[in-house]
Ligand binder design. Structure first.
Ligand code: AMP
Ligand code: GLY
Length: 427
């Protein structure tokens, strides 16, 4: 079959790599793709925000199935438009995708269905938000309501920081996304990522992962889209995963089906393991980036039938097999990220790095220029490795990182620290 993948990040490179390995695939395109994806798919320079252009491409090239990677096209209704034009796609409709694109939609859904999450209030007015913050005290969390590339959240440890965050968001600090603000109770605990494929009615649990959102070692610095990840996340025990399915995923699918917007695609639940049990931090309507990279490395089964089963409502009797090995990924980003950064820096040593045992490199913001690979974004490379333990995978990933010559890049040196500490403690 002919498949078109939409997106250009590390998540999409991992998806392209996994989809390209399927014997069901005749031809794989990726729009717009990146320099690494070009190894696994034919990259096409389509503007994916132009849904008409995407549909025309599908018609001309007899595309059988479209896989949507990022959140923005989902929020823009690409799946609705593809379906209306007669094309099958992996991903939720715009209405179902509100689980990610509108924090207040999800908060209201949680409240109506007793899904455990932080208490919250929703504001369209800065003074009211500030009065609420003063009444609640710190620590407290201030969130822009719309999409902000994982950066629209301020976890304020002091009241002054929270008040400043309100001014910044209503002042347009996150553009349109901050026109409405959610103020949330602070949840203390360890965070992990839970994924389930959904077909509107049934859910199939995938492997778990743990992300590292802060820019710098020791979980310091600003929040980012994610600086590294590993899978599985041992903090999500069998018992907790069963609780997440029972208390969050199933009620969410039932609620959306009852609204007439059944959820199809991958549902990504950010979970905080608090002393009162797992609570939902947020939903995303797509695979995590970089979590997807480690999930794809661990998935043994062909992914293509699973993605199609989501679109077709056929997940009920589906199962997937996974490798027991762990996988870990270190993100190399351009210095300055998640703030301002330059582009067009030459990256050397990639082939040498890929030669380390167990290592696979996925590209995010890269561009080919003749024989050279240039940086072309904030998060640029995903240096992934598998291993028998997180400690082994971590050692391999950093051995590969050390072979890469890119002075303008940086990475965290402690990806996987929670799991490495658990392994050292023998737990
Ligand atoms: P979100 O975009 O909602 O996932 O928030 C980004 C990050 O901020 C999360 O991954 C958490 O690390 C942190 N965060 C969000 N909400 C809360 C909360 N209520 N309590 C503590 N940390 C939070
Ligand atoms: N890794 C976090 C995200 O994809 O939102």
């Amino acid at each position: 079959m002919n498949i078109l993948l939409l997106g250009s990040g590390g998540r999409e490179h991992a998806l392209a790599w996994k989809i390209a390995a399927s014997p069901l695939v005749t031809k794989l395109w990726c729009a717009p793709g990146n320099a690494g994806i070009a190894r696994d798919a034919e990259c096409v320079a389509l503007d994916i925000s132009d849904h008409g252009a995407v549909i025309d491409f599908c018609r001309i090239n007899k595309v059988d199935f479209v896989v949507v990677g990022p959140d923005a096209p989902i929020a823009a209704g690409i799946v609705d438009d593809l379906n209306a034009a007669g094309f099958k796609a992996f991903g939720p409709t715009r209405a179902a995708g509100q689980l990610e694109s509108s924090k207040s939609f999800t908060k209201a859904l949680c409240r109506a269905n007793a899904i455990p999450t932080a208490g919250y209030q929703h504001f369209t007015d800065a003074d009211k938000a500030k009065a609420y913050i003063r009444a609640q005290g710190a620590p407290i969390v201030v969130k822009a309501d719309g999409l902000a590339a994982g950066k629209g959240v301020v976890v304020a440890m002091t009241e002054a920081d929270a008040l400043a965050a309100v001014d910044m968001m209503f002042g347009g600090g996150f553009g349109e996304a901050g026109a409405e603000v959610v103020v949330e109770e602070f949840m203390a605990g360890e965070e992990a990522s839970f994924f389930a494929l959904c077909d509107g009615e049934h859910a199939l649990e995938l492997a778990t992962a743990q992300d590292h959102k802060r820019a710098f070692d020791g979980d310091q610095g600003p929040n980012t889209g994610g600086m590294g990840a590993y899978s599985p996340a041992p903090v999500l025990t069998d018992a907790i995963r069963a609780q997440v399915m029972e208390e969050m995923i199933h009620p969410t699918l039932r609620a959306l089906a009852a609204m007439g917007s059944p959820y199809k695609g991958v549902l990504y639940a950010g979970i905080m393991i608090t002393k009162d049990g797992p609570k939902l931090v947020e939903y995303n309507a797509r695979f995590g980036d970089p979590e997807c990279q480690v999930l794809m490395l661990r998935m043994m089964s062909d992914i293509v039938p699973a993605l199609i089963a989501c679109a077709d409502g056929q997940l009920k009797n589906f199962s997937l097999r996974w490798y027991d090995e762990v996988a870990l990924t270190v993100i190399m980003a351009t210095k300055g990220y998640p703030g301002d950064y330059g582009k067009g820096f030459v990256i050397d040593g990639l082939d040498d790095a890929a030669g380390v045992d167990g290592v696979e490199i996925f590209h995010a913001g890269t561009k080919a220029d003749g024989g050279k690979i240039l940086s072309n974004g904030g998060r640029v490379l995903n240096i992934c490795a598998t291993g028998k333990t997180v400690t082994e995978a971590q050692g391999r990933a950093y051995a590969a990182v050390d072979r890469i010559k890119w002075p303008e890049g940086f990475c965290r040196r402690d990806i996987g620290w929670q799991a490495v500490a658990r392994e050292k403690a023998g737990k």
